[in-house]
Design a protein around this ligand. Sequence first.
Ligand SMILES: [Mn+2]
Length: 311
Amino acid sequence: MKNNNFDIIGDIHGYADALIRLLDKLDYKQDNHGIYHHPERQVIFLGDFIDGGSEQAKVINTVKPMVESGYAEAIMANHEYNAICYHTFDKQGKPLRERGGNNEEQHEAFLKEFPLGENKTKEVIDWFKTLPLFLEKKDFRVIHACWDTKMIDEARKLLDSNHKITDEFLFNSANSGSTEYKIIETLLKGIELELPKGESFKDKKGHKRTAIRIKWWQEHAKTYRDYAVVHEDARVNIPETKLSLNQIVPAYKSEKPVFFGHYWMSRKPEILTDYVACLDYSVAKGDKLVCYQWNDGDSKLSNDNFESVEA
Ligand SMILES: [Mn+2]
């Protein structure tokens, strides 16, 4: 019988060594086939397995068998979605995601281990397509970037009954005017807000940005600066201009906790509100790989339930 104790693990981005150390720390052991499992617990992975570090295949070969053996569940993140599009052609024979340039640069580490057109690449891409966009458990929710109630409702209508994408959904999502596109943008990439005209900041890679990722969980946001999810060095460059009411999205209000990754947090892992916790602590930027331990019977989040390993 399945238990209700979960270890929810954030974005890994090709850092297999950190993943193995975290599984060891959580007392997962390898079975006869070398697959990690725990007699009383299951892992939930928040996606973003790929792009970044130098152990893309090792991450996939650790996570995928766990999911296929029922020792873990996993959801799709923006990097898996982007990879699906990069390796899939439309009816005109064009890839759904443009190749070359920044897109190729971002995908380089994956392509090195999974070259275009190879069988093993197709296998991994096919597995990515089986990942649901979100999980609705009895006591909590899981999404890669943003639990937006309206968009989740839209997604439920267009995904299959296990919240997975269909071929029709995938091809529609490549068109930026579609509802499918908006669902992917919101759930897997998060809500962004354009800065006032002329304002910009540099992200950690030095790229100029004119839009901020917003803290969709925050109530009473007042200025661009306090609404922005940015690394600390960039914060002073975000204007303290007051937001108008129509720029503020309704904060996550449900008392059912939601876990997500995606936001490159740093420092000490802690819950963001009583019902919202981010588990991406930037292992790919030399920080930490983080997990939240949810135990059967829990109803609230606690700062005592984080575990982590250094990059
Ligand atoms: Mn992400």
